[in-house]
Design a protein around this ligand. Structure first.
Ligand code: CDP
Ligand code: MG
Length: 698
């Protein structure tokens, strides 16, 4: 039967051949303006949450703190803030709604602005790192949890808000967990001072309710009835060695045998993997001789530009026209098909934080990319790890929102039994140095006794304090205190090492250059290397390449980009992602503004790349590695572990004796990404005490 055969079909992966001459045109249904609005209002009334509207408003009016549980897609995130606004529960003040992910904050605020019939940034807006689309008229503000935390440094009582909604609480991101404590403290302090009360609403799709309720002083839990249709679960008959390959094979099996107009949601782990799967799927549909219904393929991951994200939410066109083109002229209409399938290839972002309509099939790779912290080395690693049972269930649930569906698990039932029950909160597995820096800036110095819902281990707090101490951000007296350097570092919305690098650059009069590098490291890669035009892209890049490493190359690219005023053709010819470049420019402007506010002179060191590298070495001495004696691999100086240069680095074939890197990524090996050549003396100069025991070169 189906359960035992779903992975048995062998499929050939196409080579990078020329696309066939078959083109597909999709006909979209047009809506006129008024209808959209009526239709939206109707959609709002059809949501599972709508009948509970009155009750929810009453309860929240009455309660200081409440917890609301409801299935993904029931309407919590989009509707609750609107209900509260419409009943003026917020008493004219702002309602903050936090999201763990920026994509969710942006797409949801767009949707809600539309439902309210206002322009985004007016009544409804969003605020994410480096982007604030709000105005004095904003009443509903979707924001990342990190942004609210940052605001709390300047305003610990959160006075501009009357309601804070902590959404997606079950995700337990590091920022949400810290916010729990900070918001709870703001609420009780406001009460003590007689300032307007702060309401807290914790929302989640699934969670350990008792745990949450207990933490929030036995807050009442409101349950929303969900609509969930049965989902048939299929397991792989045997363990799969390549989950991307298996996912694609499964997709085409579904596509062949199931009627069209039912969409597929596929869970993979990250941008590169998703883009390559999307390409393979498109290539197969283009080169196949079989008569298959058209497939619309949409990637979905956090770093995707917002216009591309919105494509995911557009209804799938159901009528497609196949035509033949010759010399760009229509020669023949081959077929008009009634039916088209959309496949969304997503990270775990599609698990709960965004809802996509029309999903009938889910393909679950069973893996997720997660940050894993090693307290011994003090390093965060991005690693592909198994999902928890709770996550697997969430993924499965996505198939049964509108009718009965199917979920294909690319792991065996025995493997599933080995999954952990629920995901370990991020705060218990990540590097805490950013959070500890923020808590200290918030005036919370007794971190070990902070009111965490789940305490991070004492070792990881100590490791974070050590890192900050190494960076000169804290001193240990009777308690741990921020130094003036640490206070300045906390003013930048950057990871402590990057913040420190900016401060060093100020001393070395090269902020102009380091601001550029830090901005480019804060956005998604500006370098494009399409599989099909690899050679061309590498040749075009040659003029920017530097033997001093990736940071210097990035700086060269930025200078050239500025010289042509961000010209589009130039970006295309040089394989530079113009959009990411613009974002980096925007980020740079904001960091520049902070420097100006803090009276930092933004000076240039001209072409003195040695000074630039020295600043990077001083900021990133904890991420240093030395070439091993046999010249094959590197040893990380902090953990003495073997690490390798990522193939995308300009230093891949150079193998300098000492490098610093921006991050470590673990796939088949432990790879260093974004490297810079450094002098070992700079490292010991940067932190003599740190290198006393593990001196470079010994
Ligand atoms: O938060 P929760 O998962 O309970 O639901 P929601 O995000 O408020 O979504 C409610 C409905 O709005 C879903 O049916 C979504 O499909 C729809 N929605 C949409 O069409 N476009 C968006 N950008 C966001 C939500
Ligand atoms: Mg939601």
């Amino acid at each position: 039967d189906k359960a035992n055969t779903f992975l048995s079909i062998k499929m050939r992966m196409p080579d990078d051949g020329p696309p066939s001459k078959k083109f597909k045109y999709t006909l979209q249904h047009k809506n006129n303006g008024n209808h959209v609005s009526d239709k939206l209002q109707q959609e709002r009334r059809n949501l599972p949450i709508y009948p509970a509207r009155g009750k929810i408003i009453n309860q929240i009016q009455r309660l200081d703190t409440a917890i609301l549980i409801g299935e993904t897609g029931s309407g919590k995130t989009t509707q609750i803030p609107q209900y509260l606004l419409e009943a003026n529960v917020n008493k004219n003040a702002i309602i903050a709604v936090t999201q763990p992910r920026r994509v969710a904050a942006i797409t949801i605020s767009q949707r809600v602005a539309e439902e309210q019939g206002t322009e985004l940034g007016q009544k409804v807006g969003y605020c994410v790192r480096f982007e604030d689309v709000t105005s004095e008229n904003t009443k509903i503000k979707y924001m990342t949890d990190g942004m609210l935390l940052r605001e709390a440094i300047l305003d610990p009582l959160m006075k501009r808000y009357s309601i804070v909604i902590l959404d997606e609480a079950h995700e337990r991101t590091i920022h949400t967990d810290v916010l729990f404590g900070v918001v709870k403290q703001a609420q009780s302090r406001r009460k003590a001072k007689g300032i307007r009360p702060l309401k807290i609403l914790v929302m989640s799709a699934t969670m350990d309710v008792d745990h949450f309720s207990a933490y929030f002083n036995a807050a009442p839990v409101l349950y929303l009835e969900g609509r969930q249709y049965p989902v048939q679960v299929f397991y792989a008959p045997e363990p799969q060695s390549d989950y991307t390959f298996s996912s694609i094979v499964t997709l085409f099996q579904i596509h062949r045998v199931e009627p069209p107009n039912k969409d597929v949601l596929m869970f993979l782990t990250g941008q590169e993997e998703i883009e390559s799967a999307v390409k393979t799927i498109r290539d197969i549909t283009r080169s196949t001789e079989e008569n298959m219904a058209p497939l619309v393929v949409c990637p979905l991951y956090a770093a995707l530009p917002s216009h591309a994200q919105l494509k995911v939410f557009k209804p799938t066109p159901r009528v497609c026209l196949y035509i033949y083109l010759k010399d760009k002229k229509l020669t023949d209409i081959e077929a008009i098909t009634e039916g088209c399938r959309k496949v969304i290839v997503a990270t775990n972002i599609a698990e709960t934080s965004v809802t996509i309509q029309g999903i009938k099939f889910v393909i679950d790779s069973g893996v997720v990319k997660a940050k894993v912290f090693n307290p011994n080395s003090g390093l965060d690693l991005l690693k592909v790890v198994r999902v928890s049972k709770a996550q697997a269930l969430q993924r499965t649930g996505r198939a049964g929102r509108e009718s009965a569906g199917s979920c294909y698990r690319l792991y065996t039932e025995q493997e599933f039994e080995q999954f952990s029950d629920s995901t370990v909160p991020e705060i218990q597995r990540c590097n805490l140095s950013s959070v500890v820096l923020q808590l200290l800036a918030l005036g919370i110095s007794d971190i070990v006794n902070f009111d965490f819902m789940d305490k991070p281990s004492t070792e990881s707090i100590i490791a974070a304090v050590h890192q900050l101490h190494n960076l000169g951000a804290v001193v240990k007296e009777t308690s741990i205190k921020l130094t003036p350097v640490g206070r300045k570092m906390a003013a930048f919305p950057l990871e402590p090492r990057l913040g420190k690098t900016l401060l060093i650059a100020k001393e070395h009069n090269c902020l102009e250059e380091i601001l550029t590098i830090v901005s480019l490291l804060s956005v998604d890669s500006v370098i494009v290397t399409p599989q099909s035009k690899r050679e061309e892209a590498l040749a075009a890049r040659q003029k920017f390449v530097s033997s001093e490493g990736d940071h210097v190359m990035l700086l060269n690219i930025y200078k050239a980009y500025k010289a042509v005023k961000g010209n589009r053709e130039w970006c295309m010819e040089n394989f530079i992602n113009q959009r990411n470049m613009r974002t980096a420019t925007e980020v740079r402007k904001q960091l520049h503004d902070i420097c100006v506010r803090m009276d930092f002179p933004v000076k240039s060191c001209g072409n003195d790349s040695t000074t630039i590298r020295k600043c990077l070495a001083y900021g990133f001495f904890m991420n240093a590695a030395e070439l091993q004696k046999d010249g094959s691999e590197y040893t990380s100086l902090s953990s003495r572990k073997t690490v390798s240069i990522h193939p995308s680095s300009v230093l891949f074939r150079c193998k300098p004796a000492y490098v610093i890197y921006n991050e470590l990524v673990k796939t088949t090996k432990c790879y260093m990404r974004d490297l810079c050549v450094v002098d070992p003396d700079w490292l010991s100069e940067a932190a003599p005490a740190y290198f006393k025991k593990k001196k470079p070169g010994t």
